[in-house]
Design a protein around this ligand. Structure first.
Ligand code: ADP
Ligand code: MG
Length: 364
């Protein structure tokens, strides 16, 4: 059975006047991969350090596998931390870096080197056992740091921005490897990142944080496809946020631009897709499409508005087309390269932007 279930309840942390973590309640399942995702300064590292025991909360409770850990010093918690800087001992070889904690526990050299070699194999670094950290690349150093954390047999591995020092290709490779290692060991990983693609690719559960609070938690699919707030929709990217205006007598309109509104009141009935009233709606950029202004026959459940193409950005497999409409931010349509080359839109062109009402995701 997996272990390493984390339960956090009513945790608060102040640094002077800064309320870094605000009444956070969370459950992280045993043996799962969880990401804390949010912009710089939103309290991710603080929450991670609270779990590790490197910080003490001002109030609240924390449990691992049902045991309160707040009175347990960091070194006695069933957790290990992997830092962004890796923090390897520069004067020790890779194998001795990994064997360090067992040396501190008085384990004989033959045994600890045998154990370290086993972990070196897992992280595919067996050939580098006798090198010093300065003789390794960034990615290799990270593997050694991972091995050094795993050898302590933690129930929970805490990783603070583990991939941020690597270049893009290596980041993608390493995030897959982290996920494989997590599965292999069956322990809980808590990974802090400000990169939404990293969180989506690795996690069983994503915790979106903003200003010391948990804004939304869920599977990557739920967070991306059903953001519950405009904050999460904007942070996850890939969405337009359409602000609505509620008029009198059950009227609902979407603000598309200055003075440009789409009346969607008729969809508020169950018969017509059952749109629910919300302050704003997320609309995936890749689920909008552009048409020529001449053709204006729309299928049922499809709405459209006229706009001008502001800018076009090539992204490889797709094009990012920014329109001049949108309030408060400009509406973006992501079009596959195949579709784009067929239609050949250009900057300054007037187009019709279309979307299905059923793809509007209500936000709080
Ligand atoms: P994140 O990891 O999401 O970037 P942090 O948890 O590091 O955010 O920081 C959250 C807030 O707490 C920030 O406003 C930061 O300036 C503040 N903070 C973090 N650590 C300390 C500290 N040791 N002393 C004072 N303020 C801190
Ligand atoms: Mg941080």
């Amino acid at each position: 059975m997996s272990s390493g279930k984390i339960e956090i309840s009513g945790i608060n942390k102040f640094y002077g006047d800064v309320h870094a973590v605000r009444s956070v309640d969370l459950t992280i399942e045993a043996g799962s991969y969880c990401c804390f995702l949010g912009p710089s300064g939103c309290g991710k590292s603080t929450l991670l350090r609270l779990i590790a025991g490197h910080e003490t909360p001002d109030s609240g409770e924390m449990f691992i596998d049902g045991q309160s850990i707040l009175n347990t010093p960091a070194r006695d918690r069933p957790t290990a931390m992997m830092f962004q800087s890796y923090a390897l001992f520069p004067h020790l070889t890779c194998i001795d870096n990994i064997a360090f904690s067992e040396r501190m526990h008085g384990i004989d050299k033959a045994t600890r080197h045998k154990n370290a070699r086993e972990i070196l194999e897992v992280v595919e670094m067996s050939d580098y056992a006798d090198r010093l950290p300065s003789q390794l690349s960034g990615g290799q150093r990270q593997r050694i740091a991972l091995a050094r954390a795993l050898i302590t047999k933690p129930k929970v591995l805490l990783l603070d921005e583990p991939l941020s020092a690597l270049d893009e290709n290596l980041r993608v490779k390493m995030r897959n490897e982290l996920k494989s290692v997590q599965k292999l060991f069956g322990i809980t990983f808590v990974h802090v990142t400000h990169t939404n693609t990293e969180a989506i690719a690795t996690s069983d559960k994503v915790i979106v944080m903003g200003d010391g609070v948990v804004d939304q938690e869920g599977t990557p699919y739920e967070i991306f496809n059903h953001p519950s707030s405009a904050y999460t929709a904007r942070f996850m990217g890939g969405h337009n946020v359409l602000v609505s205006q509620e008029g009198h007598s059950g009227q609902l309109r979407l603000a598309i631009g200055e003075g440009q509104l789409i009346d969607v009141s008729k969809y508020l009935t169950k018969k017509q897709n059952g749109l629910v009233v919300a302050k704003s709606y997320a609309l995936r950029r890749d689920l909008c499409w552009l048409e020529d202004i001449k053709g204006n026959k729309m299928s049922a459940g499809v709405e459209n508005f006229k706009s001008e193409v502001d800018t076009i950005e090539y992204e490889g497999a797709s094009f990012k087309v920014t329109l001049t409409s949108g309030h408060p931010e400009k509406i973006i349509v992501r079009i596959s390269d195949v579709d784009f080359y067929k239609a050949q839109f250009s900057e300054g062109q007037t187009v019709r932007c279309c979307f299905k009402i059923k793809n509007l995701c209500p936000l709080s």
